[in-house]
Design a protein around this ligand. Structure first.
Ligand code: NAI
Ligand code: ISE
Length: 336
């Protein structure tokens, strides 16, 4: 069986996902493309040897009988409308983060999906598919370090472009931690605060960088996440869990260690695409398999909503400097 996919958005991650669906993963074929920049679709079609139909209108792509499932990899603010259209057409849809740019937007999708009567949406939160995070979660669930008490995390990028603004540290970058830490601890957030250390001279005038986000969970776990998007030296994701009887750390990506010239060294990645390359493969294979079986089970619209609720609170905390309460409604049985 082959899942015929229509992709909206052929930018950086769109191309990566199209490449993996067409040339790496099993049981999928990209048959349709759309982007506001048509020439980009033509280039992707040619370079990845797809022979996909290019649609100038995304609604026509979603409605096309030759498209069984939709992949949304366009800019964040466009996601909600495309996901709603796919759900209303009864089609499975993989949507890159964020599911929608506001919690209310995510709730609109939840309501549409519940009305459709079955799960159709998978959000592109790939970290729960990463082997390192999975190993860390196993250590916690087996009680090897006792109850988790504190987490120290970091999300560092070497640099970001001029268009990156202070709020994007939350909506574009921290959003991955907001999802994966909730999954790791099996817990929800109850408050957030954002504090600003001394600003790096490498950040643009409109960006506060670095930032430290302090989160508290319902079970009382305290989390600090350093977001530092002009750290210069590499793309570095850190997560240390302090438990009652020990400490567990997210494994470093594999890198050969060298001893030479009086120096012990190992490389650090610089590109996010490489850091989670295997996790992207596994998440998309899961989506393809789930869509073909009519049983989507990856990160849900509810997970997208929970991250958005926490992100909204972090944005309010960025602006006020206050500790902002986070309140999640009860999870509907539909997403149990
Ligand atoms: P990008 O800017 O490289 O590509 C976005 C594409 O969407 C562009 O080609 C643009 O022309 C197209 N587009 C914008 N509006 C559109 C519309 N109305 N209709 C059709 N196409 C439209 O951005 P990038 O980095 O590929 O990011 C795309 C999404 O993926 C974002 O939501 C981003 O947060 C997410 N992302 C997720 C990552 C992950 O690790 N899970 C990594 C990088 C991005
Ligand atoms: C990017 O948008 C992503 O989603 C990457 O996974 C993330 O680590 C990076 O910081 C973001 O800019």
């Amino acid at each position: 069986m082959i899942l015929n996919l229509g992709v909206i958005g052929t930018g950086a991650i769109g191309r990566e996902h199209i490449r993996r669906c067409s040339h790496v993963l099993r049981h999928a074929k990209v048959v349709a493309l759309n982007d506001i920049n048509r020439s980009q679709c033509e280039q992707v079609n040619r370079e990845l040897d797809l022979q996909a139909t290019i649609y100038d209108n995304p609604d026509d792509l979603i409605a096309s009988p030759s498209v069984q499932a939709v992949m949304v990899t366009s800019w964040g603010p466009t996601h909600e409308a495309f996901v709603l259209a796919a759900v209303n057409a009864g089609k499975a849809v993989f949507c890159e983060k964020p599911l929608a740019v506001t919690a209310q937007g995510c709730m609109n999708i939840i309501e549409a999906e519940m009305a459709a009567g079955k799960r159709l949406v998978q959000v592109g939160f790939m970290r729960p598919y990463d082997s390192g995070y999975r190993a860390l979660k196993q250590v916690l669930e087996q009680g090897e370090i006792g109850q988790p008490l504190m987490l120290h995390c970091a999300h560092r990028n070497p640099s970001v472009g001029e268009a990156y603004t202070t709020d994007m540290a939350i909506t574009d970058t921290l959003i991955h931690e907001l999802d994966v830490l909730r999954w790791l601890l099996n817990d929800d957030y109850v408050s957030a605060q954002v504090v600003y250390p001394r600003k790096t001279s490498r950040a643009s005038s409109h960006l506060n960088d670095p930032q430290i986000v302090l989160l508290e969970t319902a079970q009382g776990v305290r989390i600090d996440v350093e977001i530092f998007v002009n750290c210069q030296y590499g793309y570095d994701i850190q997560c240390e869990v302090v438990g009652e009887s020990g400490i567990a750390r997210l494994p470093e990506p594999m890198s050969v260690q060298t001893r030479r010239a009086a120096t012990l060294a190992s490389g650090i990645l610089t590109d996010w695409k490489q850091r989670f390359i295997a996790a992207y493969d596994v998440e998309l294979q899961d989506f393809i398999t789930g869509a073909l079986a009519g049983q989507i089970s990856g990160p849900s619209a509810w997970d997208g909503y929970a991250a958005a609720v926490a992100a909204d609170a972090c944005l309010a905390a960025q602006n006020s400097g206050d500790i902002v309460a986070i309140s999640m409604p009860a999870r509907p049985a539909f997403y149990a």
